[in-house]
Design a protein around this ligand. Structure first.
Ligand SMILES: [Mn+2]
Length: 424
């Protein structure tokens, strides 16, 4: 973790400016009838889970260029995730990926507590083969033509549930790489029916207070078809399985220009929005940092979420899911968590009474402008105040750089070979 005196020093350097900016924004929002303290309180209570795999350097199918001080195992990853939450106070939980993060539950619990973190959704992995695994997933897992391979994939998911129960998780996220690369390679209907039968076995083993999130993705690693290719198939799965099954929306798993905020609205209507994997993209599943390219789209997604928040039972899971190839992963994850909070804060500023009026009277221009007024508000002082009020950093990136954390862990953690490709 970062030493308290470093954090204090970092905050002291910018606290006078921050106080002035927060007061000025407070005056501005008061003229719009908005209480800045109430917004800051809501933002402070809003968290997004960090993926354990996000703190390692990612890669492409061409190459991976490891950074300094790469985490060696789940305990290093939890330490890094602890720093992210210490400075941002926006990431109170970690989402584990099994078997990458497999470890005794007692050890995970102790390390989580030391880092000040709880455990979010468990992620199973049947998209790559593990050492000593009897059957290969080369031609699929939950939808494989071979019953023994499907049973092995189901069994792995049950193990994830078992480990998750022991560490306080309440959800299982299932994403499969199953699909096909050639027209005719797979019988679409039979393949989907095999998937549903396998998913039902997992669903039937879910604890009563757990959720099952299924995640769609239009392509990759299969490039002609995937079994769970879009939100329509995902919704069919959730409806087939039952009330504990819901759809996970990964922002990068759609075709370019797809109206994701509208998909969000439709899934909310169906009571099947399970949660999000936040990231950004330009061409496909690029796994770029959240809001790096299109912050307005992220805002529009949150506009739908804030609209739905009036239902107290509405509680989707929020997680970052991105790949860091050219940045320090800790800095990218802190920055992305802040971008998620920014979109949430901006969506809270939307004048919903005015918006509803413009919608009713078909005033398209003023309806659009109402959203833009909220989106264009610089909410940085609100985010900073939310962090500071909970013991975090006014400027997390500056505090992190001041701390020398990366150099310190690089001295403890051996250099990793850069050979080989592969997404991490
Ligand atoms: Mn994802």
């Amino acid at each position: 973790m970062i030493a308290q005196d470093i954090l204090d020093e970092s905050n002291a350097a910018v606290s006078t400016d921050h106080d002035a900016d927060y007061a000025a924004l407070g005056d501005h929002l008061a003229r719009r009838g908005i209480d800045i303290a109430a917004i800051a309180g809501q933002v402070a209570g809003y968290g997004v889970a960090v993926p354990s795999w996000g703190v390692g350097t990612g890669g492409t199918r061409f190459a991976r260029f490891p950074g300094k001080g790469e985490p060696r195992h789940i305990f290093d990853k939890l330490a890094d995730c602890g720093v992210i939450n210490q400075l941002t106070r926006a990431t109170p939980s970690v989402s584990l990926h099994v078997p990458w993060d497999d470890a005794p539950a007692a050890d995970l619990l102790a390390a989580g507590e030391a880092a000040g973190l709880s455990f979010d959704a468990m992620n199973s992995n049947t998209f790559q083969d593990q050492p000593d695994q009897p059957y290969s997933y080369k031609f699929g897992s939950l939808s494989h033509t071979d019953a023994a391979t499907r049973a092995q994939a189901v069994e792995h998911n049950l193990h994830c549930i078992e480990l998750g129960q022991a560490i306080g998780s309440k959800a299982l996220t299932v994403w499969i790489g199953d699909g096909s690369n050639f027209p005719g390679q797979s019988n679409f209907t039979k393949q989907f029916e095999r998937y549903l039968a396998s998913a039902s076995e997992i669903y039937n083993s879910l604890p009563a207070d757990w959720s099952l999130f299924t995640e769609h993705k239009m392509y990759e690693p299969a490039f002609y078809s995937t079994v769970v290719q879009d939100w329509g198939t995902n919704l069919m799965i959730a409806q087939h399985l039952g009330p504990k099954a819901k759809c996970l929306v990964d922002l990068g798993h759609h075709a370019p220009n797809v109206n994701i905020e509208m998909i969000v609205a439709r899934l909310i209507h169906a009571g099947k929005l399970g949660g999000f994997h936040f990231n950004d993209s330009k061409y496909g599943d690029d796994d770029l940092d959240t809001a790096a390219i299109d912050p307005y789209r992220l805002f529009l997604v949150f506009n739908e979420l804030v609209e739905a928040e009036t239902d107290p039972a509405f509680d989707p899971a929020h997680m970052l899911d991105q790949s860091h190839n050219v940045t320090d992963p800790i800095e990218s994850l802190m920055s992305s968590a802040m971008e998620v909070q920014r979109a949430y804060a901006q969506a809270l500023l939307v004048d919903r009474v005015a918006l509803a009026g413009y919608q009713e009277s078909n005033d398209a221009l003023m309806a659009s402008r109402t959203l833009k007024v909220a989106f264009r508000t610089d909410v940085d002082p609100i985010l900073a105040e939310a962090r500071r009020s909970r013991g975090g950093a006014i400027d997390p990136i500056a505090a992190y750089r001041l701390s020398g954390y990366r150099a310190r862990v690089a001295a403890e953690r051996p250099e990793v070979s850069g050979a080989g490709g592969g997404i991490v």
